[in-house]
Design a protein around this ligand. Structure first.
Ligand SMILES: O=C(O)C(=O)C[C@]1(C(=O)O)C=C[C@@H](O)C=C1
Length: 286
């Protein structure tokens, strides 16, 4: 089993991939972008790919969600939630007063917005393909006015020093990852199903009618959000997560009725639920 993840070594995705590999013995393949992960599975370079999909501070990872909606028929076969702690890293000997630019993945910059606004208000924020890529680039640049936001493991791997600890906006920061494969998972009795749909245009109550099928079947919805269809303003995909497996009879019936009422419905897959409590995600005070 080959599992592709957003590399290089030292990303949060690597941490998620290592946790997944501990469950299924996968061999890890680092790749440099989220679309490249999907292509790797589609072309057979990898059997599975692990992708961040949602963060408790910043919300949806739109690159992942948009791939699921528009570009791939790969299925979600597992999910994993990880606590996420961010560290401000710099070249050894650098002080906070020297920093003029901070590099990181846009999700990480967003999760540390308050720290950046308060402690480094004048610093330029530079987007990178991953947190670890930012740390590696910052170290290679030889530039002492540049810092990067990344993991402790990235600091160790690339020889960076920690300038500030736990700079995420909330102490209970967590990110949900999904594993994509050719097929989704077998039912376990503790599953989740992810899907998206569109509704008929200019029909009052069209969205409620589709969602009512879940309420009528007593199916718990664990997430709902909209994403623009990209074609025109006001046209949306609705993304919904529900408890249960698409092959559980009551779920299968409700999905069939939803598909009748929706304009279009796509199922991203059914997979075992993984949740962590606030206490598990809470960062200990130093
Ligand atoms: O850049 C990384 O380290 C990643 O694994 C990506 C990513 C993301 O895109 O959400 C993963 C987890 C954190 O939320 C921050 C960044």
């Amino acid at each position: 089993m080959r599992l592709a993840y957003l590399g290089p070594a030292g990303t949060f995705s690597e941490e998620a991939a290592l946790a997944q590999a501990a469950r299924d013995g996968a061999v890890l393949i680092p790749l440099s972008s989220i679309p490249a992960l999907v292509s790797a599975v589609e072309t057979g370079l990898a059997d599975r790919a692990i992708l961040p999909i949602e963060n408790s501070i910043e919300g949806t990872v739109s690159a992942t969600v948009d791939l699921l909606i528009h570009e791939t028929s790969l299925q979600i076969c597992a999910e994993l939630v990880l606590p996420v702690r961010h560290f401000l890293l710099a070249r050894p000997g650098t002080t906070l007063g020297q920093i003029r630019a901070v590099k990181s993945h846009p999700q990480a910059l967003g999760q540390c917005r308050r720290f950046l606004e308060r402690c480094l208000p004048a610093a330029e924020q530079i987007a990178s393909l991953s947190t670890a890529a930012a740390v590696a680039e910052m170290m290679q640049s030889g530039d002492d006015s540049c810092a990067a936001i990344g993991t402790l493991r990235a600091a160790e791997l690339y020889g960076a020093e920690v300038l500030a600890w736990d700079i995420q906006d909330h102490r209970t920061n967590m990110t949900r990852f999904i594993v994509l494969a050719a097929h989704d998972a077998e039912p376990t009795g503790q599953d989740r199903t992810s899907l998206c749909f569109t509704v008929k245009r200019n029909v009052p109550g069209a969205l409620v009618e589709v969602l009512n099928e879940l309420a009528a079947a007593n199916i718990q919805m664990t997430k709902v959000e909209s994403r623009p269809m990209k074609s025109a303003l006001g046209d949306y995909y609705f993304l919904v997560d529900i408890e249960g497996h698409r092959r559980d009879p009551h779920i299968a019936e409700a999905l069939a009725r939803m598909a009748e009422k929706a304009a279009e419905l796509k199922i991203f897959g059914s997979y075992p639920r993984h949740e962590i409590g606030i206490e598990e995600a809470r960062i200990p005070r130093r």
